[in-house]
Write a protein that binds this ligand. Sequence first.
Ligand SMILES: Nc1nc2c(ncn2[C@@H]2O[C@H](COP(=O)(O)OP(=O)(O)OP(=O)(O)O)[C@@H](O)[C@H]2O)c(=O)[nH]1
Ligand SMILES: [Mg+2]
Length: 449
Amino acid sequence: MKIKRYFAADMRQALQMVREEQGPDAVILSNRKVEGGVEIVAAMDYDPAAIERLAAGAPVTTSQARTSAGTPPSARSAEVTAPASSVGVGGPSPGRMAGMTASLSSGVPNAATPTPSRSPNERGNKGAVAAPSVVWTQDPSIVAMREEIKTLRGLLETQLSGLAWTEAKLRHPLRAQLLERLTRLGLAPALCRELADRVRLENDGDHNWRQALGQLARRIGVTDDDILTHGGCVALIGPTGVGKTTTVAKLAARYTLRHGPNRVALVTTDSYRIGAQQQLRTFGRILNAPVHVAHDAAELARVLEALRDKSLVLIDTAGISQRDVRLTEQLAMLQSSRVQVRTYAVLSTTAQRAALDETLRAFGNIALDGCILTKLDETASLGEALSVVAQYQLPVAYVADGQRVPEDLQPARANNLVTRSVALLKHAAVPGDEAMAFSFGSMVSSAHG
Ligand SMILES: Nc1nc2c(ncn2[C@@H]2O[C@H](COP(=O)(O)OP(=O)(O)OP(=O)(O)O)[C@@H](O)[C@H]2O)c(=O)[nH]1
Ligand SMILES: [Mg+2]
């Protein structure tokens, strides 16, 4: 990063100097009035990360300062070539510009900036240049100005989205109608746009709607009843209370009904919650399936080795919030075993899209084989869950729609999920123009993003 200080009689001349020397990409770090004119500090190859590192207290090396001797004070500049480190900042001054994050006191001689008096220690250390430090401006007027700009920006975006939506309705009414119906399904704006883009629009709203639903079904992958067909070692992971243990019981019971007794074993890694093991033990007793507890990776490996003769081993994990640090521990445990474990995320369809998205991001380190959608009987909309599985290209293995073991579990079918999602529409409110404008704004920004 190259930092340079410019002095000129007025702001126009100073900016002209910056533009001529550093080009249009230069970043103005500060400007202020000084005796005889104005002073601008500009940077080329501006590196915000370096500024942040400095703010975090990273070590700072001394700056090389070169003043342009002999240049008249009315138009002179001082240059500092810094390895992103010679940036130092004085306290906030009223002349600083709103967009600026820090200003300089780089050790460059500057008549306008009084040199701060040094401590006895600093004076004793003759050769050293005082390490500059960054002070992020907390000037109340600048903070208030930033807030105001943010509010204005929000207002402007809302207004523009509203105008864009009104225009879209006038110019492409069929497409607008389709986007409206897809939005009612609870689908993410980006997915609504993608589906609408794939439809060859005809002058028949219902035809367009059917085409879009067909496209949606194509975006949902399924695993074709793989757990109950092939067995193996299967772990269910997911946030608290989504139905992991109940689904383990449903799968175990169905497998026993289909393939006969003594073929299933249950394992729990939940050593956090009182009662969690007891819940699984109760199911195990009813199903006549052994239940094992694994407290750590070594124990899990031992248990899985010992259960090699079982054709289905279901691992119930602790329900841990996606923000809990213990989640990594649980995921690492599943991955450490020599026995191949297939992992499925259990997702409640009653959760918000942002929460589902956060959950799947938290599982980013583990290769998921699919997901199980639960609580379809309770949800008001399936669009949120379908958007997330489409976005993550995560095949759906089963859907659970009630508490009954084992009745309320079915292998997932894409068409059924879409049909069910449409059936829920009668409960969904028609999005008003304001909501559609907001959603349309996101569709447009996702298209450019
Ligand atoms: N309505 C409805 N309730 C369900 C469904 N699946 C599970 N439940 C209920 O949800 C509650 C929590 O289920 P659990 O199986 O204990 O959930 P979990 O994910 O194991 O919970 P933790 O171990 O605490 O994280 C219980 O009351 C279940 O009966 C479903 O598909 N529909
Ligand atoms: Mg549980």
